[in-house]
Structures are given as structure tokens and as C-alpha cells.
Design a protein around this ligand. Structure first.
Ligand SMILES: [Zn+2]
Length: 361
């Protein structure tokens, strides 16, 4: 097996990057190769990435958005489309699976937009339809806090999905958007997996059995997610790979992949780096240019070319095609819905913002 050629020929589809947040808040330039962070356009190309989900992450109260996640997310959407305009010969928006395949053929990187937490919707299902029109195709239901849809993993005594959360999940399938359970607390994960009409993803999470972090997924969650036909994208965040983050490495990440393949089958595993979203270093995967080492590592663990292509991107692309390709338009008119669990509730629940600054993965 020619590993370099296999890597270059594969569709590599990364489920999670926080670049847009840093573009808006840290002034990062997509087209400039940087020594900081993990990713930018020159390095995405060097690493062989075909498609990247760019998260809209909007929960920083002490920044210029003055705590308005809708405004923050729209600034990030603007940054995304400005990147596309400035770099049109190398970077293109992808709203369908065919766009990703065409970008691969053209030698361009495809960008997919995703929400990381539905705070920007302000409890209004109509805004989900607006974000869909803006190009959003992946919907992470929560970050670590409580919001209109449900509770994130940082909420004590977390509950399941709210009525709004259930409506939202149904509307995502209706519109043709992926539903992403990364960051969602276990009762909400259970609710999503029970009510789902199709495959569900976790865009960046690892196996709890190997690293007992609240953001990782238990065997039962992995089983249930695989039963939907979905994909768990392993993440490179040191603290989610090993309980001793200074020992995080490509080899320990490969352990998570092996474990998930053992639990779920190889067709349910993908990658979601969380590049730009964490501090610390995962040895062997220091930035996106190191991705060929992942391909070599998978081959070293005995995976054949088909399995490697699946993990690198085709598994996530399969789900993307299945859901995004099946938009049935919007549902019949519904009134904007603000739940009992109103806006003021989740605004006051944001008490672990210091922790968030430490690692916003
Ligand atoms: Zn995250």
C-alpha cells in the first residue's frame, strides 16, 4: 500500500474546527500560514484535507458581541464567506455531498458550516431555517451549558431534551441538517438517539472507556449511536485522549479508534480534530499538516485501504449525503417557540466560563 498516495487520494473530512472563532476574535487570517494554532488554508492543503466542518461557537460573554450569540455567530458566518471570496481558487462552500466531491476533484478545500450550540437561535425554530439558508448543515445541540434545546455536559443534574429540543431535532431532519450530540449531557443524548429519524453524529468525542472525561461517550452511547447508522469523529484534544494529557499522542488516539471500531464497526468512526479549539499538544498530531501520520498509523494498526478511507472521511460523508441530500423543505408554518426554559435561565447558567476559556473544545 502506497500510504502517501492513499492519503492524497482519500476524501478527508474533518468534523470539527474552531477556526472561525479565532478568525473573528483573534484576527487569524485563513490564507496565511501561521505558526500559531493548528490550521489555516495553506496547512489544510498540506495536510490533504478535503472538507472541514467549521463550527460557529458563540458563547463568550466578555467579547465584543456583548453576550449576543446570534451576533457572534453571524460575524463568523461573514468571516467564512469572506474567506471563500478571498480564496475562491482554493476554498469553496459545501452545502451538499456533491460539493465536497467536486472540490476534491478541483483540488480545493470544501468548507461546511456547523452550529456548536443552538444559542444563536434564541429559542426560535424559524432561525434554524435562516441558518440553513446561510449554509449551516451540522447542528450541535448544546455546548457545555443549558440552552433552549437541552443541557450540556457541564450542567449539574442535567435533564434531557426540552420540547424545543425535540422540535429542533425533527426540523433538522426535515431541512437536511446533521444532528450532532457532542457536548450534550447523557439524558439528552439518550433522547436524541431514541427519537432520531436517521443517523446521528458526534463531531468531536472519544471513548469514555479509555479516558473517563465527561465529553467522551460510553459503550452504551457508542452502541446506540452506531445503531442509527451514525458516526463518531475521534478528537485530538489531549484531555479527551488520556487522563494524563501531557501523554496524549497519535498512538493513544489510535487506541480510541481501535476501541470504537471494536464497539461499533469501522463504518461508524470518523475524525473531528477540534483544531484551534484546545491548548496542549497531542504528540504526532501537532497540527493539521501531520494528518498523513494518522493514515500511516491506521495502516500500522492493520486497517486496509477501504477502512482507512472510511475513517478519514467517507463515513462522515456517507451520513452527510444521506441527511443533507434529503431536504424535504420546511415543515408547515409553526409559531416561533420559546420554551418554559427561557432565555434568562440559560443566560444565568453560564457560570463555568473560566473553564471554557481554558479549553473550549
Ligand atoms: Zn467543542
Amino acid at each position: 500500500m502506497n500510504l502517501d498516495q492513499l492519503h492524497r487520494d482519500s476524501i478527508i473530512f474533518d468534523g470539527h474546527s474552531d477556526f472561525l472563532y479565532n478568525a473573528v476574535n483573534e484576527g487569524r487570517r485563513f490564507e496565511e500560514r501561521s505558526d500559531g494554532g493548528h490550521t489555516d488554508l495553506p496547512r489544510l492543503r498540506a495536510g490533504g484535507v478535503s472538507a472541514q466542518i467549521f463550527a460557529l461557537f458563540c458563547l463568550d460573554e466578555d467579547r465584543s458581541n456583548e453576550g449576543n450569540p446570534t451576533v457572534e455567530s453571524l460575524r463568523q458566518v461573514d468571516a467564512f464567506y469572506q474567506m471563500q471570496e478571498r480564496c475562491a481558487d482554493q476554498f469553496v462552500f459545501a452545502g451538499r455531498a456533491a460539493d465536497i466531491e467536486a472540490a476534491k476533484t478541483d483540488g480545493r478545500v470544501a468548507g461546511v458550516l456547523g452550529l456548536e450550540g443552538i444559542e444563536p437561535l434564541a429559542g426560535d425554530i424559524g432561525l434554524l431555517r435562516v441558518y440553513h439558508r446561510l449554509g449551516v448543515r451540522n447542528v450541535g445541540l448544546t455546548w457545555n451549558y443549558r440552552n433552549h434545546a437541552g443541557d450540556g455536559v457541564g450542567v449539574d443534574d442535567a435533564g434531557g431534551l426540552t420540547d424545543f429540543g425535540r422540535l429542533l431535532v425533527a426540523e433538522c431532519f426535515q431541512l437536511g441538517m446533521m444532528v450532532d450530540i457532542a457536548h450534550l449531557a447523557p439524558p439528552g443524548v439518550k433522547d436524541v438517539l431514541e427519537m432520531t429519524e436517521g443517523p446521528v453524529i458526534a463531531s468531536h468525542a472519544n471513548a469514555y472507556a479509555l479516558c473517563a472525561h465527561r465529553r467522551n461517550l460510553t459503550d452504551a452511547q457508542l452502541d446506540a449511536l452506531a445503531a442509527t447508522g451514525g458516526v463518531v469523529c475521534v478528537t485530538f484534544v489531549p484531555g479527551f485522549i488520556t487522563e494524563s494529557p501531557t501523554e496524549a499522542s497519535l498512538e493513544r488516539l489510535l487506541d480510541h479508534i481501535d476501541y470504537m471500531v471494536h464497539c461499533m464497526g469501522v463504518e461508524h468512526v470518523g475524525i473531528g480534530s477540534d483544531f484551534e479549539g484546545y491548548d496542549g499538544v497531542t504528540r504526532g498530531l501537532e497540527d493539521v499538516t501531520r494528518l498523513p501520520a494518522l493514515t500511516a498509523g491506521l495502516a500500522g494498526r492493520g486497517y486496509d485501504a477501504l477502512a482507512i478511507r472510511g475513517i478519514l472521511g467517507l463515513n462522515l460523508l456517507r451520513v452527510f449525503r444521506q441527511l443533507v441530500g434529503k431536504s424535504r423543505g420546511t415543515r408547515t408554518e409553526k409559531k416561533p417557540l420559546v420554551t418554559k426554559q427561557g432565555l434568562t435561565t440559560f443566560l444565568t447558567e453560564r457560570d463555568d466560563s473560566k473553564e471554557r476559556r481554558a479549553t473550549r473544545s
